[in-house]
Each structure stands twice: as C-alpha cells, then as structure tokens.
Design a protein around this ligand. Structure first.
Ligand code: SAM
Length: 334
C-alpha cells in the first residue's frame, strides 16, 4: 500500500490520458490560435503503448488505486481504445470509466461496453446549437452529442454523467435548459466552474460562475435539496430534485476548493505522472519503463512521488498563480 502524501491524502484515483489530440477546439481548452495546424502534438512513439499503460495501471492498482478514468485529449480518437479498455478491465476490483466529448460514441459505445467499460462522462456545454458550435469551434452540432449520450445509455454505460463547464457571458444562459433537459432522464448533469488550467485559456476570475449561483438558478425553477457525498473526497457536490427527478452535481474547484480530500493522480499520454491538475512538472515513468524497470522500481517511483506531494493549488489560487506555466489539460488529461 502506498503511503499518504505530506497532507495525509492517500492515492485512490488515476486519470490516464491516452492522447493529447482532440477533434474539438473548445475555446476555453484548446483554443485554435494555440492548437492550430502547426501545433506539435506528441509523436506516436512518445505515447505509452497499451501494454505499458496496463502494466502501470496494475502497479497503481496493487498500491491502492481503485478507480481509473481514461481521458485526453479525446480518448476515443486513440485507435482501438476498446482493446485498452479490455486489458484494463481484467485488473480485479477497478472501477473503470472514460470521459469523452461524445462525438464518436454512436460508433464506439457498444464495443467499449463489451470490452468492460462501466460508465462514461460526456462533455456538453450547451443545448443551444449556436452556442455549442461556437464553443467547440469546429461547428459540431448538439444533436450528435445527444446521439452519443443515447448510444452510451443503450449500451448500458449508465448513469451517463454530462459535464457542462460554465463560463460567464458564454453559456451561463444554458444552465437551466440543461437541467430541464436531463431532469427525469436518469443521467446526471455536473456543472463545472471554469478553471485556470494550463496557461493558454485566458482565464479570469470574472469568467467564473460560482457553483452557488448555478444551484440558485436551477433551484428557482426546479427545487433542489443537498445530498450526502457517495464517498469521502467526491469532487462533485450532489443535489437532488425535490420532485424525484434525479440529481445534479456541481464542481466548485474555484469557489470551494477540495484539495484537502484530493486522492487523484494523472498520467499523461507520454507517461509522466502528475500529482495535481495544475502542476507545472511531472515524473517520467515512461523513461523508467523503457529502461527496463521492474514492478518494484515502478512502485517505488510512484510511492516516492506521492509521498512528497504537497499540492493544494486551488486553495492557494490567485491572479498570479493563474499565470504560472502549468501544463495544458489536453495533455495532462481532463
Ligand atoms: N475530450 C474529452 C472531453 O471532452 O470530455 C476529455 C478531455 S476534456 C479536457 C475533459 C473535461 O475537461 C471536459 O469536460 C472539459 O469541458 C473540461 N475542461 C477543459 N478545460 C476546462 C477548464 N478550463 N475549466 C473547467 N473544465 C475544463
């Protein structure tokens, strides 16, 4: 069992980025001016192979990780990702999930479920087609993401969680619509405060719509009551509709930071281990793997990194920290 970090937090969750590429150019995440035609994405041989990912996942699982989420970039762009899911699904006791923009779910949901994926989270920032097309900046229609959500539910990847990042003046008008649309559907919408991840998204505190305001907007139309967390350290705060229409979550990492309960590490597509979403530097596990390290060496490297962990970025955030050269979310894995 890996020891706790310097703030007494155990390692329980791992997000694995399987690619730094995406077919969307969400203006707040991979703005076209930065991630344009000449942007140098990771080369194929820089990416961890499925065998390397699975080997690391086994070491993490043997040392306390209970939940793995595949992400990116857009994880469904990684060729044969369902084969990776199948390999990870063989690790006993792991809760295996994936976060996607939904665009490829109609073709891939059934194969992912058959390979052993349990659930998916689908990102969707507005039901207003004009707003959504402008935000994804590749003119992708809402309707096709909704088809992806349906395909996931039909394949049994339920409940589908739907992530909406709320940015003031951009899509805050869409909050109540989103709540209404999924009320009673069995799916769970999670409203996320816009964060200062990376250093290319031009984040300003004024762009953040506080979670309390989001809950108030929704509750005015669809009365809500708070629900206990499913488990300690759950990132989303849960609210349920008083009329029995299901629940929503709000992720308030700016206005109500949850660093104290953060048990999450991230593995980039090229095998660097990061102990915070807002990190500047990672620990190169690929170098160890490719130098012939055995599982003990890998476990020691992971334990060493974790035991030195002191990150609590969201509790310390200021306008100055927002400008730090933090790694991009598309690279480290959202
Ligand atoms: N491509 C996949 C997707 O769209 O879900 C997975 C990667 S994406 C980086 C993961 C999540 O991070 C998405 O829900 C996205 O909206 C969210 N995200 C990206 N930048 C963000 C930011 N600055 N603040 C809050 N959430 C952000």
């Amino acid at each position: 069992m890996i020891a706790t970090d310097t703030l007494g937090r155990p390692l329980r969750d791992l997000r694995i980025s399987v690619t730094d590429r995406c077919n969307f150019r969400c203006t707040y995440c991979m703005p076209k001016e930065v991630f344009g035609h000449d942007y140098e994405f990771l080369r194929r041989d820089a990416l961890l192979t499925f065998e390397e990912i699975t080997r690391l996942a086994r070491v993490f699982a043997a040392h306390g990780v209970e939940k793995i989420r595949l992400t990116g970039g857009e994880p469904l762009l990684r060729r044969d990702v369902d084969r990776l899911v199948g390999m990870l699904a063989e690790i006993p006791g792991l809760d295996l999930t994936l976060t996607t923009n939904g665009s490829l779910l109609p073709q891939k949901a059934a194969a992912l479920a058959a390979a052993g994926l349990r659930r998916v989270t689908v990102s969707l920032d507005s039901l207003d087609d004009d707003v959504f097309r402008a935000m994804n900046d590749v003119d992708f229609p809402v309707e096709r993401v909704l088809e992806g959500i349906d395909a996931a539910a039909t394949a049994g990847l339920r409940p589908v969680k739907v992530n909406m990042v709320v940015k003031r003046g951009v899509n805050d008008d869409s909050v109540v619509d989103m709540a209404r649309r999924f009320h009673g559907s069995g799916h769970i919408v999670r409203f996320i405060e816009f964060m200062d991840v990376g250093h290319t998204n031009g984040w300003r505190l004024d762009d953040v719509v506080p979670a309390a305001e989001i809950v108030e907007m929704i509750a005015r139309e669809l009365p809500l009551e708070p629900v206990e967390a499913n488990y300690p350290g759950e990132v989303a705060r849960r609210w349920r509709y008083r009329d029995g229409g299901g629940e929503i979550g709000v992720i308030a990492s700016v206005t109500q930071p949850f660093c104290g309960a953060c048990t999450r590490a991230r593995l980039s597509a090229d095998g660097k281990l990061y102990t915070c979403l807002f990190a500047v530097r990672g620990h190169d596990l690929r170098a160890l793997l490719r130098a012939g390290a055995n599982d003990n060496d890998l476990a020691e490297a992971i334990a060493g990194t974790w035991s030195r962990r002191a990150d609590r970025y969201s509790e310390l955030r200021t306008a100055e920290t927002a400008a730090l050269p933090k790694v991009e979310m598309s690279y480290i894995g959202g």
